[in-house]
Design a protein around this ligand. Structure first.
Ligand SMILES: [Zn+2]
Length: 716
C-alpha cells in the first residue's frame, strides 16, 4: 500500500543530497528475513532472525519493487479501473511495508547507532520514493479519470471513500503542481525529512545528556527508596560512581518534582528539563526548528495555502485553523479562572509552610508539582505512594485493561511466549473475539530505556486488510520506571491511565474490519485518532473495573473505598495546570504553523514568549507541556498543527463517555455499539457524520470541562 504517514513515522537525515532509483539494486537474498512474508502467526515480524544489517537492503529493494509495480500500473495500456489502479496500488509495496513496519517499531523503541544510520540513509530516500509515486503524472491521470467518474463505477461505500482519499492525497502531495513547483516540492520534502530526523536525533541526545546528576544524597530528600535505587542504578549504568542520576522524561515537568523537598534541586531539575535542547552546541535544536517552520510555510505556499496549519488541516475533523482557534478560545475563560485560583492556593500554602523566621518565596514552575502534591495530601489526605501498591503493572493489565475490554467487547487474551520480540522486556498476547475467533496480536513494551523515544505510543507491525488477507499485529510502548530485579512493577495512576489510553488505540487497530489498508483501523485523522484512546481511559476509574484491578500487590485486598473516593476527587485536582500545559502547547504548535512563507526565520525564544504571553493564561507558572525546542510531536512525529487534537478528541471522548453513562455504562451492548459505529470503522466515513451517527448530535465541550472540574469556573 501507499501511505503518506511514512513521512511522519519515517523521517530523515543529515548527509544525503538527492536520490534516484538505482536500477541495479540487487534482489534480496533469501537469507534476508524480509525477503518473504513472515511465516509466524499473523505474519508477525521474525525478530529472532532479523539482524540490524537486514533493514537497509530490504528498504532499498522494497522501494525498487514498489517503483516497478507503480510503473506497471501507470503504464497499463488498459483503461483505468478501480481494480487495475486503486486496488493495485493498495496491493503494491508489500516488502517495503514489511520492513518499514518492523523498522519503525524498533527504531522508536530500541534504537542503536546502526539503526540511527539506517534511518538517516533511508528517511530521505523514502520521502523521494513517495514523491515519485504521488508526483507521477500518468498515475495521477488514472486516479483523476476514475474520480471524475466515481458514480458510474459501481463502487461500494468503502471503495468510494478509498478513491476519494487517494485523489485528495495526490492533490495534497502536489500532483496538480507545475513541473517547476513539483521540483521545488521534492527539494522541500527532502530537506524537511532530513531536518525532522536531525531534530529527533539531537533531542534524544540532548535529553540523555541533560539528566540531572547529583553527588550529595541529601539533595534528593523526599524521593522514596525505590526512586533512590533507580537513580543510583541509572548513574551506575553511565559509569558514574557514588552519584545519583535523574533521567529526563519528554515533558517539561518531571515526576520527581512532586517529591523533592530541596528547592535548589527542584530548580536544577526543572532547568535541565526546560533548557535541555537550548544549551548551545551540537544538540541545540533551535536552528533546526526555526528552519523547519520556515520550510513548512514555504511548502504550504506552493499549494496556495496561507500557512502550514491550513495545508495540514484540510482532511482533519476540525478542517480549518479558525475552527481550532475558536475551540481553544472557548476553553480559555474557565481555564484562566481555575489557574488563578490554583496559584492563590499554592502561594498561600507556601506562606503557611514557611518556618517562622524564614522568608517565604514566590511560586515558580519548579515548585508547582511539589506544593500541589502537598495540597492534594492536605485536601484529600491522598498520597500517590498510598495508591501505588494497588497498581501492580501485570494486574492492571490483565484485571483492568483486559477486563474492561472483555466486559465491553467480549474479547479475551492469551499470553504467547513463542512469538519473537526485539527486547526481552516485551510481552505478547493473542487476542480472541467474542466468538473465540482469532482477532490479532498485541505486544507490550512498557519500561523506560535510554534508547527509546520518550512518551507512549501505539502502532502496527501488521495492518488489518481483507484485501491483503492480514489481521492486525499491534503494539503499545511506554516509559514506566523499571523495577529492580525481582521487585513488582508498582506504577502511578498516571501510568495506569497511559496503559488504558494506549490500549484504546490498540482496540481501534484490532477491531479494524476494512478491505483496503489506506482506510483501515487507526489510519484516521489526528484529531480523531486520540478519540478511542482517550475514551478508553475512562474505564480506569469505573467502579467495577477499578475494584477488579486495584488490588494490593501483597495481600490482594481491594483498594479501600476512601482511597477510591480520594483518587476520583484527585483526578479533578490541579487541572488548571494539567489542562493548561496542554492548551498552551496546542497554541504554541498552532502559532508555529501559522507563519506565512514570507515571514523571516524566527528567533525561537522570542517567538515562544510572544505566542504564550498573548493567550490570556498563566503561562509563567504553567509553562507548555513541551517547549518549542523539545516538542517532538510537532517537529518530527507528525503532529504539526495537530497537537490540539488531544484536546479536540477529549471533547469527543468525554461527550461519548457521558453517552455511556446515560445508557448504563460498562455493558456489552454499549461496547458493541461503539465498536460497530466507531472502533471498527477506520476511515470509511467522514468523522463528523461518524460521530453524529453514534451520538445523534455534534460534540460539545460541556462534558470535557465538567470532567476536568472546570464547569463552574467562569462563575468562581
Ligand atoms: Zn494517544
Amino acid at each position: 500500500m501507499i501511505r503518506r504517514s511514512w513521512l511522519s513515522a519515517m523521517t530523515a537525515a543529515t548527509c544525503l543530497t538527492g536520490w534516484t532509483f538505482t536500477a541495479n539494486a540487487a534482489p534480496l537474498p533469501a537469507s534476508n528475513p524480509f525477503a518473504a512474508e513472515s511465516t509466524l502467526p499473523y505474519h508477525a515480524p521474525p525478530f529472532n532472525l532479523i539482524k540490524d544489517s537486514d533493514y537497509q537492503p530490504a528498504f532499498e529493494q522494497g522501494m525498487v519493487e514498489q517503483a516497478e509495480e507503480i510503473s506497471r500500473i501507470a503504464n497499463n495500456p488498459e483503461a483505468a479501473s478501480f481494480e487495475n489502479t486503486i486496488a493495485a496500488m493498495e496491493r503494491s509495496g508489500r516488502l517495503l511495508d514489511r520492513v518499514n513496519e518492523a523498522f519503525s517499531g524498533v527504531y522508536s523503541a530500541n534504537t542503536n547507532p546502526t539503526l540511527d544510520k539506517v534511518q538517516e540513509i533511508i528517511g530521505p530516500k523514502l520521502s523521494a520514493h513517495e514523491d515519485s509515486i504521488y508526483l507521477n503524472p500518468k498515475l495521477f491521470a488514472r486516479v483523476q479519470y476514475l474520480h471524475a467518474r466515481q458514480d458510474a463505477l459501481g463502487l461500494n461505500a468503502e471503495q468510494k471513500q478509498v478513491l476519494d482519499v487517494y485523489y485528495q492525497a495526490f492533490i495534497h502531495a502536489g500532483a496538480q503542481l507545475s513541473d517547476a513547483d513539483k521540483a521545488k516540492l521534492r527539494d522541500l520534502n527532502t530537506r524537511l525529512s532530513k531536518l525532522e530526523t536531525l531534530f529527533q536525533q539531537k533531542l534524544l541526545a540532548a535529553t540523555k545528556a541533560a539528566a540531572l546528576v547529583v553527588s550529595d544524597k541529601a539533595k534528593l530528600a523526599g524521593l522514596d527508596d525505590a526512586a533512590l535505587t533507580n537513580a543510583l542504578n541509572a548513574a551506575k549504568d553511565r559509569k558514574l560512581t557514588d552519584k545519583w542520576l535523574l533521567p529526563l522524561q519528554n515533558t517539561t515537568q518531571q515526576p520527581q518534582l512532586a517529591a523533592l523537598t530541596d528547592r535548589e534541586t527542584r530548580q536544577a531539575l526543572f532547568e535541565q528539563s526546560w533548557n535541555r535542547a537550548e544549551k548551545g552546541g551540537e544538540n541545540d535544536t533551535r536552528e533546526t526548528i526555526a528552519t523547519l517552520a520556515q520550510l513548512r510555510a514555504q511548502k504550504a505556499a506552493l499549494f496556495g495555502y496561507p500557512n502550514y496549519a491550513s495545508y495540514v488541516l484540510f482532511d482533519q475533523m476540525a478542517k480549518t485553523p479558525e475552527a481550532v482557534h475558536s475551540f481553544i478560545s472557548q476553553i480559555v475563560p474557565a481555564l484562566a479562572t481555575e489557574q488563578k485560583r490554583e496559584v492563590r492556593d499554592l502561594q498561600s500554602l507556601i506562606e503557611r509552610s514557611t518556618p517562622k523566621g524564614s522568608t517565604s518565596f514566590q511560586l515558580k514552575p519548579w515548585d508547582w508539582s511539589y506544593y500541589a502534591d502537598q495540597l492534594r495530601k492536605e485536601k484529600f489526605n491522598f498520597d500517590e505512594n498510598q495508591v501505588k501498591p494497588y497498581f501492580e503493572l501485570n494486574t492492571v493489565l490483565q484485571d483492568g485493561v483486559f477486563f474492561a475490554a472483555n466486559r465491553l467487547y467480549g474479547i479475551t487474551f492469551k499470553r504467547r511466549t513463542d512469538i519473537p520480540v526485539y527486547n526481552p522486556d516485551v510481552t505478547v498476547f493473542e487476542v480472541f473475539d467474542k466468538d473465540g475467533s482469532a482477532l490479532g496480536l498485541i505486544y507490550f513494551d512498557y519500561f523506560q530505556r535510554d534508547n527509546k523515544n520518550g512518551g507512549a505510543w501505539m502502532s502496527n507491525f501488521v495492518g488489518q486488510s481483507t484485501l491483503l488477507g492480514t489481521k492486525p499485529v499491534v503494539y503499545n510502548v511506554a516509559n514506566f520506571a523499571k523495577p529492580a530485579a525481582g521487585q513488582p512493577a508498582l506504577i502511578s495512576f498516571d501510568d495506569v491511565t497511559t496503559m488504558f489510553h494506549e490500549f484504546g488505540h490498540a482496540l481501534h487497530g484490532l477491531f479494524a474490519s476494512q478491505t483496503y489498508p489506506i482506510v483501515s483501523g487507526t489510519s484516521v485523522a489526528r484529531d480523531f485518532v486520540e478519540f478511542p484512546s482517550q475514551f478508553n481511559e475512562h474505564w480506569a476509574l469505573d467502579a467495577t473495573v477499578l475494584n477488579h484491578y486495584a488490588r494490593h500487590y501483597k495481600t490482594g485486598a481491594a483498594m479501600p473505598a476512601i482511597l477510591v473516593t480520594q483518587l476520583k476527587k484527585a483526578a479533578k485536582f490541579n487541572q488548571g495546570y494539567k489542562f493548561g500545559e496542554v492548551v498552551s502547547a496546542a497554541e504554541l504548535d498552532m502559532d508555529w504553523h501559522s507563519l506565512s512563507a514570507s515571514a523571516p526565520k524566527q528567533d525561537v525564544d522570542t517567538f515562544e514568549k510572544t505566542a504564550l504571553s498573548k493567550m490570556g493564561l498563566d503561562t509563567e507558572n504553567v509553562p507548555p507541556r513541551y517547549r518549542s525546542s523539545y516538542f517532538l510531536h510537532i517537529w518530527a512525529n507528525g503532529y504539526s498543527a495537530g497537537y490540539y487534537a488531544y484536546l479536540w478528541t477529549e471533547m469527543l471522548d468525554d461527550d461519548t463517555f457521558a453517552w455511556f453513562e446515560k445508557h448504563g455504562g460498562l455493558t456489552r451492548q454499549n461496547g458493541q455499539r461503539f465498536r460497530d459505529m466507531i472502533l471498527s470503522r477506520g476511515h470509511t466515513q467522514d468523522y463528523g457524520p461518524m460521530f453524529r451517527a453514534f451520538y445523534g448530535k455534534d460534540p460539545d465541550i460541556g462534558p470535557m470541562l465538567a470532567s476536568r472540574g472546570l464547569a463552574d469556573d467562569t462563575q468562581k
